[in-house]
Design a protein around this ligand. Structure first.
Ligand SMILES: [Zn+2]
Length: 354
C-alpha cells in the first residue's frame, strides 16, 4: 500500500513556527496565553535582547529572568510594574540560570520590590562563586588549564584582563528559595513543573505546564541560535555536551505542540524538529573535529577551535570558542572516538582513537 505523504499540520509542532511578533523592548507586554506575558529587555551587544516572562497569579505576579544589570533595564521594570501590575505585588522572581542576562538584576529586583528569588542550588551557588572579578594573580591551575589546551599565555592574560573590566558583573541576593527537579509551582491556576537541564549551565530550570503545553525554556532550547556549551577550568574533565544533548532529548519528549517561550529570539512551536536540528548541528561539529584530527594527526584544543571557528575572535569570544571546542573533544573522548595525551611540552594533544 502507498503511504500518503506526511503533511505538517500548522500548530501541531511538526515544523518550527513562530505564532507571534515579538513585543517592543520598551516595556510592552504581549499575552502568549491567559496570564502569561512576554516582554523584551534590550542588551547593548550583538544579541540585542533577552526575553523575560511574567506570570499573573490571583494576588500578585511572578517574573522569570531579569535582563542585564543596567539603568535602562531597571527603568523598564519600574515601568512594567507601574503600568501592568494593577497595584499587585511582585511575589517572586524566578531565574532560569545564573548568566548575567538572566539573573543580573536579581539583587536589585529582590530589594526594590521585596520579592524572594527562586533558583536551583547549582545556579545560585555558581552565581555567588563567580560574582566579582577573577582573582589577581590568576591561580596557577586556571592558567595551566588554558596553556594545556594550547592557548598562548599572553592571550590567557588578555582574556582575564578583559573579564576584570566587565561592566555587568552583578551583585546577588544573599538568600534564595531552592528549585528542584519535578517541583511544582502553582501560579495563576496552573501547575508549572520544574524541568532541569544541564550543559549550558550547571542546573538550568525550565518551567513546564503540561495542561496548557507551555514551556518556559530559558537558554535550554532556543529556536535559531545555539546556546554555548563549554568546558572551563572550573570543571576541566566535564562532559557538558553529553549532558546538553541528553537534556534536549528530555525536552523533546514533552507534548509536540508545546508553545516554547525561549530567552532569546521568538516564541515558537516545534520543539521536536528544533531538537533534531540541534543534534544535527553538533553532529556536524563532531565531523569537523574528526576531519581536522584525521588531517593533522594530532591537535590541541586551541588548534581545533581555529578549525571550528575560523573567524577572528575577541579575547572573551576566544575563551567561549575554546570552551566549545574542548566540549566537543571531551564528548568524543568519553565516547571512545578520540584520545588525549599530555605531551612532554605540557600540551594536551588529541587524535582519533582509530
Ligand atoms: Zn545562558
Amino acid at each position: 500500500m502507498m503511504q500518503a505523504p506526511t503533511q505538517a499540520v500548522p500548530g501541531s509542532g511538526d515544523r518550527i513556527e513562530f505564532p507571534f511578533e515579538p513585543p517592543r523592548p520598551d516595556g510592552e507586554l504581549l499575552a502568549v496565553a491567559p496570564g502569561v506575558f512576554w516582554a523584551r529587555m534590550p542588551m547593548p551587544m550583538q544579541l540585542d535582547h533577552i526575553n523575560v516572562y511574567l506570570l499573573r497569579d490571583s494576588d500578585g505576579w511572578f517574573i522569570v529572568d531579569t535582563g542585564l544589570n543596567l539603568p535602562r533595564t531597571r527603568e523598564l521594570w519600574e515601568l512594567v510594574v507601574e503600568r501592568h501590575f494593577d497595584g499587585l505585588p511582585l511575589k517572586g522572581l524566578i531565574c532560569t540560570h545564573f548568566h548575567y542576562d538572566h539573573a543580573g538584576l536579581s539583587a536589585w529586583l529582590a530589594e526594590r520590590f521585596d520579592a524572594p528569588l527562586y533558583m536551583t542550588h547549582g545556579e545560585y551557588f555558581t552565581m555567588r562563586t563567580l560574582a566579582g572579578p577573577p582573582p589577581e594573580p590568576l591561580p596557577e591551575a586556571l592558567v595551566r588549564f588554558y596553556l594545556r589546551a594550547g592557548m598562548p599565555r599572553p592571550r590567557v592574560e588578555e582574556m582575564f584582563a578583559k573579564l576584570r573590566r566587565d561592566p555587568f558583573m552583578p551583585p546577588h541576593p544573599t538568600s534564595f528559595n531552592r528549585l528542584r527537579e519535578a517541583q511544582v509551582l502553582r501560579i495563576g491556576g496552573r501547575d508549572w513543573r520544574v524541568v532541569i537541564g544541564e550543559g549550558h549551565s550547571p542546573e538550568h530550570a525550565c518551567l513546564y505546564c503540561a495542561s496548557d503545553r507551555l514551556l518556559i525554556a530559558g537558554d535550554q532550547l532556543l529556536p535559531r541560535i545555539t546556546s554555548n556549551v563549554l568546558v572551563s577550568d572550573i570543571e576541566p574533565e566535564a562532559n557538558p555536551l553529553r549532558l546538553w544533548l541528553d537534556s534536549l532529548d528530555r525536552l523533546a519528549a514533552l507534548a509536540p505542540d508545546t508553545l516554547v517561550l525561549p530567552s532569546h529570539e521568538r516564541v515558537f512551536r516545534g520543539l521536536r524538529p528544533r531538537v533534531a536540528e540541534l543534534h544535527a548541528h553538533h553532529a556536524e561539529q563532531f565531523d569537523i573535529v574528526c576531519a581536522h584530527l584525521r588531517e593533522a594527526g594530532a591537535a590541541t584544543a586551541f588548534e581545533t577551535k581555529g578549525r571550528l571557528f575560523p573567524r577572528q575572535l575577541s579575547a572573551v569570544e576566544d575563551m567561549m570558542a575554546l570552551g566549545e571546542a574542548i566540549a566537543h573533544l571531551s564528548c568524543l573522548r568519553y565516547s571512545g572516538r578520540v584520545r588525549r595525551v599530555l605531551d612532554d611540552d605540557g600540551l594536551y594533544r588529541f587524535s582519533l582513537a582509530n
